[in-house]
Design a protein around this ligand. Structure first.
Ligand code: AMP
Ligand code: GLY
Length: 426
């Protein structure tokens, strides 16, 4: 099969690596890809917003499957246009991508289909939202309805903070995403991420992970896209996985089907494991980044076979095999991230970092400079990922590998997986 992979992050490098192991693969193209992906795929310049250009490319190259990594092209309807042109695609339709693109849409779906989630209300008026916030009291959570690159959420500890967040949303602090606001109760528990692969009707559980969103050690400082992750999530016991499938994933897939917008792709449920059990914080319509990197390290099944089956509604009867090992990834970021940072700073030592075959370095924001020098071009730049029989073993392997990399302009957290390591030591 000829495959076109859309995206340029560490998630897409991990997907490219897993796809390239498939005996079903003929040629892998990536648009736009990055320096790491270019070792596995032919990277092409394509304007992904120009759906007609993507379709022309697919026809020229005889593409049998398009795999969409990030959410934005899905929300923009790329999967719909490809399907209309008879090009198979792994990724949600524009309507189904509302599960991520509109928090209000998902909350209403949860209310209608009894999916456990925090009590909430939707608002398009600041005064009404403020009145509701006063009525519920703090702590309380204020969310911009639309896509805000992971930044549209304020967990307010005090009433003042909550009211300021409401004003900030309606004054355009999150851009267009905040023209509508969801206010919801604060859930208490441990967070975990759950991934399922769906073909519109059948959903198969993939695996679980936990990530670290804050930039600093000890989970402090500003939120980021994710500074590290590990899989599996120890809090997700067999029983909790079964409940998540029965109470959240399958009801979501059934609800979407009954609404005439069947969900195809990866459903990524952000969960809070509360005293009552799993509750939905949010749905995403794609793999997490960097959660995908740890999942791909553990996946034993053929990813291309699964994605192609999902795209044609043929997942029923398939199963997904995982390694029992733990995978842990640490994000190396440019100094200054998630604020501003220098670009095109040189990195070396990746070969040494990858000497051990249980370690892989996935590229996120990288490019090749003159004479093949590796350059950091983004905020999150490398994902150093290791397998181990325990979280602490995977963690120490990842940090040993990191210590072989030379990048004066980079930094990483030194405590990825701390909660799970503490659990193992207890
Ligand atoms: P989201 O973008 O919806 O995943 O929210 C970002 C982060 O905010 C989540 O990972 C949680 O840490 C936190 N969060 C969101 N909603 C809630 C909630 N209802 N209760 C507690 N924390 C929340
Ligand atoms: N790492 C969180 C996300 O991809 O949304």
């Amino acid at each position: 099969m000829n495959v076109l992979l859309i995206g340029s992050g560490g998630r897409e490098h991990a997907l490219a690596w897993a796809l390239s192991k498939s005996p079903l693969l003929t040629t892998l193209y990536a648009a736009p890809g990055n320096a790491g992906i270019s070792e596995l795929a032919e990277c092409v310049t394509l304007n992904v917003d120009d759906h007609a250009a993507v379709i022309t490319f697919c026809r020229d190259k005889g593409i049998d499957l398009v795999v969409v990594g990030p959410e934005a092209p899905l929300v923009a309807g790329l999967a719909d246009d490809l399907k209309a042109a008879d090009i198979p695609v792994f990724g949600a339709s524009r309507e189904a991508a509302a599960l991520e693109g509109s928090k209000g849409f998902t909350k209403d779906l949860c209310a209608e289909f009894n999916i456990p989630t925090a009590a909430y209300k939707r608002f398009s008026d600041a005064d009404e939202a403020s009145d509701y916030v006063r009525e519920r009291g703090a702590p309380i959570v204020i969310k911009a309805d639309g896509l805000a690159a992971g930044k549209g959420v304020v967990v307010a500890e005090t009433l003042e903070e909550a009211l300021a967040a409401v004003d900030m949303c309606f004054e355009g602090g999150f851009g267009k995403a905040g023209a509508e606001v969801v206010v919801e109760d604060c859930l208490v528990g441990e967070e975990a991420s759950f991934f399922a692969i769906c073909d519109g009707e059948t959903a198969l559980p993939l695996a679980t992970a936990q990530d670290h969103k804050r930039v600093g050690d000890g989970d402090v400082g500003p939120n980021t896209g994710g500074m590290g992750a590990y899989s599996p999530a120890p809090v997700m016991t067999e029983a909790m996985i079964a409940r998540t499938m029965d109470e959240i994933i399958l009801p979501t897939v059934n609800a979407m089907k009954s609404r005439g917008m069947p969900f195809v792709g990866v459903l990524f449920a952000g969960l809070m494991i509360t005293e009552k059990g799993p509750e939905l914080i949010e749905h995403n319509v794609r793999f997490g980044d960097p959660e995908c990197q740890v999942l791909m390290m553990r996946l034993k099944s053929d990813l291309l076979d699964l994605m192609a089956a999902a795209a044609k509604g043929a997942l029923s009867g398939k199963s997904v095999q995982w390694s029992d090992d733990v995978a842990l990834t640490v994000v190396l970021a440019s100094k200054g991230y998630p604020g501003s940072y220098d670009k095109n700073t040189p990195i070396s030592g990746l070969e040494q970092a990858e000497e051990d075959d249980v370690v892989r370095v996935f590229h996120a924001g990288t490019a090749r400079g003159d004479e093949g020098t590796l350059l950091a071009t983004g905020g999150r730049v490398l994902n150093v990922t290791a397998l181990g029989t325990s979280v602490s073993e995977a963690q120490s392997r990842a940090y040993q590998a990191i210590d072989r990399i030379t990048w004066p302009n980079g930094f990483c957290r030194r405590d990825i997986g701390w909660r799970a390591v503490e659990r193992e030591e207890a």
